[in-house]
Write a protein that binds this ligand. Structure first.
Ligand code: 9MR
Length: 353
């Protein structure tokens, strides 16, 4: 499969018509969206225009996380996330909530203030306040993010996070029940990364996630979806269509919808020639989406950003040749790249839901 990706130098990534990604997705009963930051949409008109043209779903990149909406242990500040929710609404986009429970992006005060005695109150208060604030305006919530880490060595493969330490294994179920009690209409999602490839590490994560989802379902937990982040590595081999499809089918058989929540192709270790790099990145987008969109339970694709100008990859996976990273569908001038074509082609090729 991967050799196919590398050997796509003659592939044209031909796309018919100029129809936007959101319209191509809609034609198949899918949704397409991206992560965004208020300040970027405000300061860059071209980004704003492109976002409105291409997306029918928006997810805050970081402006709905604990550290951003909880300046102090007693105060909530929804200014930026409200702006994003309003932007989405006024441009006919659905709004995703990301994220209610995560071991990262916790405020500085968290460590001093939260302990095993008050953690449950903090968790309940946070989830209730935030889901109530957005009740009726949310397509889906990433209720719990990245709770599995087989490398942490526990038999249940749960990540050793502050939440696990303070509340024990049932914090995940508690989070879902609390969210459902306040916003019974939102789709409630468990979201995770690092499970896309055919290697022992990703395999362990797939197995552990499936176990977690099975356990939650068997206990009647109100969970409706699984978010597969899909931060793909441009240089990594080992996308295994069969294994990935089997995994998705197993998730779907639990009655869960699946969302591709944070797709991008990290080009850190790819060749410096941007033309060759773009072809490799596009090939991975198309191959990956062709695999996952085969599964009818997959209802949405979100890229983690829309333009190469605004991507976490610049900070987290910079290139050693210092050239700008190119992991997303639009370049830094909002021009569509081959990755855009690849996504468009995969949507056009996808079976209808
Ligand atoms: O892209 C996000 C980056 O801008 C933030 O600084 C960071 C911490 O809040 O989170 C990044 O988004 C992460 C997402 O929330 C969860 N999956 C991994 C994403 C990339 O790190």
């Amino acid at each position: 499969m991967y050799s196919q990706v590398l050997d796509n130098s003659s592939k044209e990534f031909k796309v018919f018509g100029k129809t936007s990604l959101k319209d191509r997705a809609t034609a198949k009963g899918l949704m397409y969206g991206a992560a965004a930051v208020q300040d970027d949409l405000v300061s860059n008109k071209d980004l704003k225009t492109s976002f409105i043209r291409e997306c029918n779903m928006l997810v805050p990149d970081y402006q709905l996380k604990w550290d951003k909406i909880r300046p102090t242990s007693k105060k909530f500040d929804f200014t930026k996330s409200d702006w994003l929710a309003q932007f989405a609404q006024s441009h006919n986009m659905l709004f995703r909530g990301h994220t209610l429970v995560w071991h990262q992006a916790l405020p500085v005060w968290f460590q001093e203030v939260v302990n095993c005695k008050n953690a449950e109150n903090f968790l309940l208060e946070h989830i209730t306040t935030v889901t109530k604030h957005y009740r009726g305006r949310i397509h889906s919530w990433d209720v719990v993010n990245e709770a599995i880490e087989p490398d942490d060595g526990r038999t249940d493969s749960l990540r050793k996070s502050p939440w696990l330490e303070f509340l024990g294994v049932d914090y995940i179920e508690l989070a879902f029940r609390t969210a459902a009690a306040t916003d019974p209409k939102a789709m409630l999602v468990y979201n995770d990364y690092g499970l896309e490839y055919d290697n022992p590490k990703d395999e362990a994560k797939r197995t552990a996630i499936l176990k977690l989802l099975e356990r939650l379902k068997s206990r009647g937990t109100p969970i409706h979806g699984f978010g597969m982040q899909s931060h793909l590595m441009g240089h990594q081999t080992g996308l295994n269509a069969k294994k990935l499809r089997n995994f998705l089918a197993d998730v779907a058989s639990l009655g869960l919808k699946i969302l591709i929540t944070e797709l991008d192709v990290i080009d850190q270790k790819l060749t410096s020639d941007p033309i060759v790099r773009d072809r490799i990145v596009a090939g991975i987008y198309e191959d990956y989406l062709n695999i996952v969109l085969d599964e009818r339970a997959v209802i949405a694709v979100l890229t983690w950003g829309l333009s190469d100008k605004y991507t976490w990859v610049s900070n987290f996976f910079p290139r050693s040749d210092k050239s700008p990273v190119r992991p997303l569908p639009l370049d830094s001038n909002m021009k569509s790249k081959l990755a855009w074509n690849a996504i468009a082609r995969a949507f056009d090729h996808a079976p209808k839901r």
